[in-house]
Design a protein around this ligand. Structure first.
Ligand SMILES: Nc1ncnc2c1ncn2[C@@H]1O[C@H](COP(=O)(O)OP(=O)(O)OP(=O)(O)O)[C@@H](O)[C@H]1O
Ligand SMILES: [Mg+2]
Length: 268
């Protein structure tokens, strides 16, 4: 049997209490992620859903080793990711990319789109000839629905949805296997967000991607998720097939998230 693309076992992360927090009694700090285990199989979309502060981003950052867990294990293809160093770590890192919530803050305003999208290539494939790099950038921009003319423009010249497309292009230019999207549409209008979700869905098919999709909103993940894990207070309180979680949630917290979904009035 092939091991999962990514497996986390008993991950834990506590942040020290902020200065002044002693007075408030927060002596031991915040346990942002508390004993979380999960598996991610190649090709699936696992959605992590939970309210603000439940630990979703902290978990995602640990999975990518952007921050180190206090304890726990992390395996990629069954191999110890936390033990990886140097070139092996860099090779693993480029297979896992992140799409951020705020498509403006995450793009350098002083760089043209060609440079923004080409930068990861420059870093990870420095031997690539300029023309080949340009071809890769053009190809990935096309894949996210942006034309050749986008390359010489700056982020502020684009709408929010287009900027998120640029962010997605930057994440995909290294042809990663895993993409972690942390609230990819929460900064966008609903209709624009729906287009981005549809794009993510098409890119998953075209580029054989595995997704970890993070959102506070169940409706957002419903469209893409194959599995859903519900987080509350740093723990996964319920996990299962998306259809099952959405139609028959067992945990009261999941039920409250579903109850919070507005029902559209029927049009006559
Ligand atoms: N660098 C940090 N230093 C101190 N505390 C932190 C840090 N990062 C996160 N926390 C705390 O850890 C907890 C989990 O935060 P996290 O950002 O992971 O939640 P989240 O589910 O992503 O929330 P949101 O939906 O608002 O993005 C929160 O209580 C937060 O205040
Ligand atoms: Mg977050």
């Amino acid at each position: 049997m092939t091991p999962p693309l990514l497996e986390a076992r008993n991950l834990r992360k506590t942040f020290p209490a902020a200065a002044g927090a002693f007075a408030m009694g927060a002596r031991s700090g915040v346990t942002a992620v508390d004993d979380v285990s999960l598996e991610l199989a190649a090709g699936e979309t696992l959605a992590i859903v939970g309210e603000s502060g439940s630990g979703k981003t902290t978990l995602a950052r640990m999975l990518l080793r952007l921050i180190e867990p206090d304890s726990g294990e992390l395996l990629i293809d069954g191999r110890d990711f936390l033990a990886a160093r140097g070139a092996a770590l860099r090779a693993l890192r480029r297979e896992m990319q992140m799409v951020f919530q705020d498509p403006f803050a995450s793009l350098d305003p002083r760089m043209r789109v060609a440079a923004i999208v080409g930068e990861p290539l420059e870093i990870h494939e420095p031997g690539l000839a300029r023309a080949a790099r340009g071809a890769r950038v053009a190809e990935v921009l096309r894949a996210v629905g942006l034309g050749e003319d986008a390359q010489s423009r700056y982020p502020h010249e684009f709408s929010g949805g287009q900027r998120q497309r640029i962010g997605i292009a930057r994440a995909l230019v290294l042809r990663p296997r895993l993409v972690v999207a942390d609230e990819p549409v929460s900064a966008l209008d609903v209709s624009v967000g729906a287009q981005i979700l549809e794009l993510l869905q098409n890119l998953q098919r075209d580029f054989a991607l595995t997704y970890l999709l993070i959102s506070h909103s169940l409706p957002v993940v419903a469209q893409l998720a194959t599995r859903i894990a519900v987080m509350q207070g740093g723990r996964i309180v319920e996990t299962g097939a998306a259809a099952q979680i959405l139609s028959a949630p067992t945990h009261s917290y999941t039920q409250s998230l579903i109850a919070a979904i507005p029902v559209l009035p029927e049009t006559t």
